[in-house]
Design a protein around this ligand. Structure first.
Ligand code: ZN
Ligand code: ZN
Length: 486
């Protein structure tokens, strides 16, 4: 997919668009969009440089950006400073626990085995998950418990890859070195290349351990992902070759007579290819996860021009944008239907004159309560503005409609503020459990816990709650599908 898939400005066809004017029904480039700071509420307001009406951030699905380019960047992921640090840190834990495992008696040996496998798989799962949430660099995972962060990843990693390593081990055991049939070996390599990314994806996203062994379910997900999955698989071939080379270097390094350092460095460099693979899979989930029900759907839409600021100049408007938008919007919309949207830029836009003729009365002395402005912003679907207002609310939230909390929870999740998202969604469950939106809020909250915050226990608890409390709803059916079979 090329950049041409991304939207362009209606008035400057060669410029990429990052905003949308509902009144003009037009995509706008930075030059056609105006950004103003509203000092009273300290919020940034967007307006259309053509008509002066309220503009919105244009969102495009993550899959719109070229996926091949994203995948190429995965090779550099372990080589950035944070990645190199992770290679050394994980390499040290793996090297040490492996060494202890070789020499320790039974029980401490088992602990060392869990630490060895758990740190290896745990770090890969962490890369997949943090990448799928949009992390640009390796960030240190927060360690919660031995079970959650070492034992569980160790079991998941071993079980998920069982369909790869069990046949491999049987093959090596059954045929001696001179009689290994080449076609069978080739077939096993092929199956490994096709299956390994999905096994890692499955294991990293918190599927139940039993379903990790179910190839039908695993293959079904890869079919749903389609072409992007095959792109990841295609990268597995050069990755396997690089891994073979790296392992040769690692073997040579570990044979060097330098105690401690040699095995550590060897272990660190042998993690390069697994880290790249985890990054590739994380990117697959980041861009296409919604195809397989991963994450919150609205998260997959992102600003079309991230990090770009509008630089359009406001044209002769006498009234601050929020008032224009809030009081004149219906008239403005009717007005556009009469007037063509693409008025020549040189002439003053008709809507501007319209505003000047009917100026907004001076702002009233008593400012409107935050809650009322918030509710209106949510109703007008001005979610960026609404979220800014929501953040200003006190910790003990005032009573608000469930729809408000739900919209803000989803919006906060979209921008990656999971703490706020959890707080907002909990409000619905706690204060309006009878609201028709409550089951939906609970399910979104459960998915945040399970798929974003790595808290599978809370997620399961919530799913069970939804099944028991709201039987017969879509939310309950969905929750049931997320619970392990009884
Ligand atoms: Zn433009
Ligand atoms: Zn406009």
């Amino acid at each position: 997919m090329s950049d041409s898939a991304l939207p362009h400005c209606q008035f400057h066809p060669s410029a990429a668009a990052g905003w949308f004017c509902p009144a003009c029904k037009a995509n706008l480039c930075p030059g056609c969009t105006v950004l103003e700071l509203q000092e009273s509420s300290n919020t940034e307001l967007l307006s259309c440089g053509r008509c002066g009406g309220a503009a919105e951030v244009l969102k495009v699905h993550r899959s719109q950006a070229p996926f091949g380019k994203r995948l190429l960047g995965a090779w550099l992921y372990p080589l950035r400073p944070s990645g190199l640090f992770a290679l050394v840190a994980v390499g040290a834990v793996v090297a040490f626990s492996r060494w202890v495992f070789q020499y320790a008696p039974l029980l401490p040996g088992l602990v060392a085995l869990a630490a060895w496998l758990g740190s290896f798989w745990g770090s890969l799962f962490w890369i997949v998950r943090s990448t799928s949430m949009g992390a640009q660099h390796f960030t240190a995972p927060d360690f919660q418990s031995i079970h959650d962060d070492l034992v569980d990843p160790a079991i998941r990693g071993v079980v998920a890859t069982a369909l790869i390593w069990v046949p491999g081990a049987l093959f090596l055991w059954h045929f001696d070195e001179t009689h290994r049939p080449l076609p069978l070996f080739g077939l096993m390599v092929l199956v490994t290349l096709l299956y390994a990314p999905m096994a890692l994806l499955f294991a990293a996203t918190g599927e139940s351990k039993l379903s990790l062994l179910n190839p039908i379910k695993v293959v079904g997900i890869s079919v749903k992902l389609g072409r992007p999955y095959l792109m990841v698989v295609a990268w597995m071939v050069p990755l396997a070759l690089v891994h073979a080379l790296v392992m040769m270097v690692a073997a040579w390094v570990s044979s060097l007579p330098i105690p401690l350092m040699a095995p550590l460095v060897a272990e660190a460099i042998s993690l390069f290819a697994p880290f790249v693979m985890a990054r590739l899979i994380g990117l697959l989930l980041y861009a296409y996860g919604d195809r397989v029900g991963y994450g919150v759907d609205s998260e997959f839409y992102e600003p079309a021009l991230p990090g770009v600021k509008p630089r359009g100049k406001k044209r002769a408007a006498k009234v601050p944008a929020p008032q224009q938008r809030e009081t004149h919007r219906p008239e403005l919309q009717r007005f556009t239907e009469i007037e063509p949207a693409s008025a020549p830029a040189a002439q003053p836009a008709p809507r501007q004159r319209f505003i000047e003729l009917e100026p907004e009365p001076a702002p009233v002395a008593a400012p409107e309560p935050l809650e009322a402005r918030l509710v209106r912003a949510v109703e007008a679907n001005a979610l960026d503005e609404a979220l800014a207002l929501y953040r200003q609310l006190p910790e003990r939230l005032p009573p608000l409609p469930a729809a408000c909390h739900l919209a803000m929870g989803q919006k906060a999740a979209t921008v990656g503020d999971y703490t706020l998202a959890v707080r907002a969604l909990k409000q619905v469950a706690q204060h309006s459990p009878e609201d028709p939106l409550a089951p939906k809020s609970c399910v979104i909250l459960a998915r945040l816990y399970g798929e974003r915050l790595g808290d599978a226990a809370s997620a399961q608890k919530l799913y069970r709650h939804v099944v028991g409390r709201y039987p017969g709803t879509d939310a309950a059916r969905f929750a049931q599908s997320r619970l392990p079979p009884a």
